[in-house]
Design a protein around this ligand. Structure first.
Ligand code: NAP
Length: 307
């Protein structure tokens, strides 16, 4: 029986575990993949304070994990499939038939890459279709790659891919970028990067791996086929909330709704980080959420113990 169970070992969950364990709560973190969450798949984080030169995302995630381990948090690397949160004792069920019992729960399971949902995307996943430049970039030495998206991720990861690829074509559905001016300027000044704007990808084609894309100009409706060796898709993310459906209240996009103290609609259940309905999803905001959720959970558990 734990005081606190935290679902997700990204920046929010790991920060929550550091605060909880240091407050003397018997704490467990349940994670489906490796520690670090989405940040571990990011080449460089330049806006997390304390690292004037920036830091590699994997290194940052791993240092959060090492710090969490230092204070005696337990880790269970299994997939949460359902939860029973209504009573005083919360129950979490995993794909390995483990049942974790706790007095309070923090849901910090983060988000996952959004898919384009076009023909060929699923078929060529891992064979030319990628959602992680840091994982797959080195396979594209001197190759031609496309990057889809117009946000900070697309442009930053596109810049990272120029380390390997001979040419990076950024395909964005509008002419204006969502990415910050600084990053847009850097991408525009990179001689290996070119742009196809007002353009969407309609299909991924290939044989055993990706060979070309069918693209459409949304202004002229012109359809073309372009040859590429790979396509990296960075069009935002979606919450990892499969296991919470109909248990915790979410918004129309599936992000968990909390009050300002990060409590969900269920007493003793908190949400933190990217999984939450929040205006900004950054490492800094995830860390802030983790700290706040843990201190709120601590208060809740103290009150519970006094009843
Ligand atoms: P994002 O900012 O939501 O951008 C997603 C991009 O994908 C947008 O340009 C969007 O186009 C496009 N898009 C969405 N759905 C699409 C579809 N179905 N087909 C084609 N294009 C589609 O997502 P993100 O870049 O992953 O960034 C997420 C958050 O992390 C943001 O707050 C971002 O600032 C932050 N971030 C920060 C840094 C940094 O500061 N170093 C690095 C990475 C990410 P529209 O513009 O037309 O909607």
């Amino acid at each position: 029986m734990y005081d606190l169970a935290i679902i997700g070992a990204g920046p929010a969950g790991l920060t929550a575990s550091i605060y909880a364990a240091r407050a003397g709560l018997k704490t467990v973190v349940i994670e489906a993949m490796a520690p670090g969450g989405q940040v571990a798949m990011t080449e460089r984080i330049e806006n997390y304070p304390g690292f004037p030169e920036g830091i590699n995302g994997y290194d940052l995630g791993y240092s959060f994990y090492k710090q969490a381990q230092r204070y005696g948090t337990d880790f269970i690397f299994e997939n949460v499939i359902s939860m029973d949160l209504a009573g005083r004792i919360k129950k979490i069920y995993t794909n390995q038939q483990t049942i974790i019992e706790s007095k309070a729960v923090i849901i910090a399971a983060g988000s996952k890459p959004r898919y384009l949902g076009i023909p060929g995307e699923e078929k060529f996943k891992g064979r030319g279709v990628s959602y992680c430049a840091i994982c797959d970039g080195p396979f594209y030495k001197n190759k031609l790659v496309a990057v889809v998206g117009g946000g900070n991720s697309a442009l930053e990861e596109g810049l990272y891919l120029t380390k390997f690829a001979s040419k990076v074509i950024i395909i964005h559905r509008r002419a204006d970028f969502r990415a910050s001016n600084v990053i847009e300027k850097e991408a525009r000044n990179n001689p290996k990067i070119s742009f196809l704007l007002d353009t969407v990808v309609e299909e991924v084609l290939g044989d055993d791996k990706v060979k070309s894309l069918i693209i459409k100009n949304v202004k002229t409706s012109e359809i073309k086929e372009i040859n590429v060796d790979g396509i990296f898709i960075f069009i935002g993310s979606e919450p990892n909330t499969k296991f919470i459906s109909n248990i915790v209240e979410t918004d129309s996009q599936g992000y968990i709704i909390t009050d300002e103290l990060l409590q969900t609609n269920i007493k003793g259940v908190y949400a933190a980080g990217d999984i939450r309905n929040t205006p900004l999803r950054q490492v800094a905001t995830a860390v802030r959420d983790g700290a706040l959720a843990a201190t709120q959970a601590e208060k809740y558990i103290k009150d519970l113990n006094n009843i």
